[in-house]
Design a protein around this ligand. Structure first.
Ligand code: RIB
Ligand code: CA
Length: 328
């Protein structure tokens, strides 16, 4: 089988960085471009972080890295640097080599001049039915691409979105997941676009957890730049999660979205009609998937494939095996 051609739209972000590593370590995927969006961190930092992950993997020049939306369509950006660290990657500047130089030097390659939404539409329009777009951050770039280039965007093979919470609690408010909370207006536009969308909500991503024990038992024994990076970028977050939840475990939200592009059999999905709350109140960003047995005339046609089950053990085995592979 030829590799699946993908674009990854991302707001790195520690789990985004792990997702990028998984994508590049997997021969099932060919990453055509990385597009960045404001979310966990401001968009310039997201682009710098994506480039840093490419440098760690020795993928330079690698695929184009484009800079996208500086903020949500309407809401105010509230980055998540308390969770991901000021740099968005777990405060990597702390790490030095034996000679005292930064273990992770500033990336030298500049981002693409073309804005992310235009690059997304150009690549998808140039290869009808071939490109899978994997969205790991707020959907601002995707919404802008649909608004600016609907004909090209209609050529997309599939859009895989990490976001939402169907019956699981939210992670940024009791009801809402971070990506959709950050830009609910973009999510609403995307979810009503009629494009083929697969949703990877917290209901499944919170069942695939990278633990400090797994780092100790598996990752620590493999000596590579990538495994060193995985240990360094997660070290601070294990402490954050330990204090927050009492358990040193990081949900692999974004890596699971990439995992679904690698092997669809890792999850089971069902067609649902899902709406997004765009108001400013306590329900902002909530995904409403009415699954009550409604009267026929009240039922609305499904607009998403929603993944509600995951083979967590098989995904974790895939994730660990791939990140421990020797870099190309
Ligand atoms: O809610 C989890 C999602 O929000 C992940 O994509 C994480 O990186 C943040 O962007
Ligand atoms: Ca993300």
């Amino acid at each position: 089988m030829p590799p699946t051609r993908v674009i990854i739209d991302t707001d790195p972000g520690i789990d985004d960085a792990l997702a990028l590593i998984l994508a590049f370590a997997s021969p099932e995927l060919s990453v055509e471009a990385i597009t960045t969006v404001a979310g966990n961190v401001p968009v310039a930092q997201a682009a710098r972080n994506a480039r840093m992950v490419l440098d760690v993997m020795g993928r330079s020049p690698g695929p184009p890295v484009a800079v996208g939306a500086r903020g949500p369509l309407k809401k105010k950006l509230r980055p998540a640097q308390d969770y991901h660290g000021e740099d968005g990657l777990g405060e990597l500047s702390r790490f030095k080599t034996g000679e005292g130089i930064p273990r992770y030097p500033e990336p030298q390659q500049l981002p693409e001049p073309q804005p992310a939404p235009a690059l997304i539409a150009e690549i998808i329009g140039s290869a009808p039915g071939e490109i899978v777009l994997i969205c790991l951050g707020p959907l601002t770039n995707l919404a802008m691409a649909i608004q600016a280039a609907p004909t090209q965007m209609a050529q997309v093979k599939e859009i895989i979105v990490m976001g939402g919470a169907i019956q699981a609690p939210g992670n940024v408010t009791p009801g809402a997941e971070f990506n959709l909370y950050t830009d609910p207006d973009a999510a609403k536009l995307v979810f009503t676009s009629g494009l083929p969308i697969t949703l990877i909500p917290l209901d499944v991503t919170q069942r695939v957890m990278l633990t400090a024990e797994l780092i100790d038992a598996v990752v620590r024994h493999i000596d590579s730049r990538v495994t060193q990076f995985v240990r360094d970028t997660t070290e601070r977050l294990f402490g954050v999660e330990q204090r927050r939840t009492g358990y040193a475990a990081i949900p692999l939200h974004d890596p699971l979205a990439v995992g679904v592009a690698i092997d669809r059999s890792l999850v089971s999905s069902r067609p649902l009609h899902v709406e997004v709350e765009t108001g400013d109140g306590p329900a902002q960003g909530m995904t409403i998937a009415d699954r009550r047995p409604l009267k026929e005339e009240w039922k609305k046609p499904p607009n998403l494939q929603v993944c509600m089950e995951v083979d967590a053990g098989r995904f974790m085995a895939l994730f660990l095996e791939r990140i421990c592979r020797p870099t190309a």
